[in-house]
Ligand binder design. Structure first.
Ligand code: FES
Length: 105
């Protein structure tokens, strides 16, 4: 069953840098692009790197370790050396709070 979990406040993303949220034993990268919010797994699919430490350009997060790129809307890998997708999560806001939808473990 899926549940909505609060992960951050919109203030956490006001400077438009990616934000790392740790919850339910998962690390989630949150992004703000064109005043909408997106969420993906924080771990790059190529190797050990935190995507929330990368640079967001438009809808594309650039991995800080080897420069792999992912579309934050779909998780699709867009640039070598990353080729496997990353998981994305549905996001909603309620007032100033940001929630993502997770499957209960
Ligand atoms: S760890 Fe992300 S591209 Fe290599």
């Amino acid at each position: 069953m899926a549940i909505w979990v609060r992960v951050a406040s919109v203030d956490d993303l006001k400077d438009q840098n990616p934000f790392l949220a740790v919850l339910h034993h998962r690390e989630i990268a949150l992004y703000r692009a064109k005043d909408r919010y997106y969420a993906t797994d924080d771990l790059c699919s190529h190797a050990e790197a935190s995507l929330s430490e990368g640079d967001l350009k438009g809808y594309v997060i650039h991995c800080p370790r080897h420069g792999g790129q992912f579309d934050i809307r779909t998780g699709e890998a867009k640039h070598f050396p990353a080729y496997a997708p990353i998981q994305t999560y549905p996001v909603k806001t309620d007032g100033s709070e940001i929630f993502i939808e997770l499957e209960e473990e």
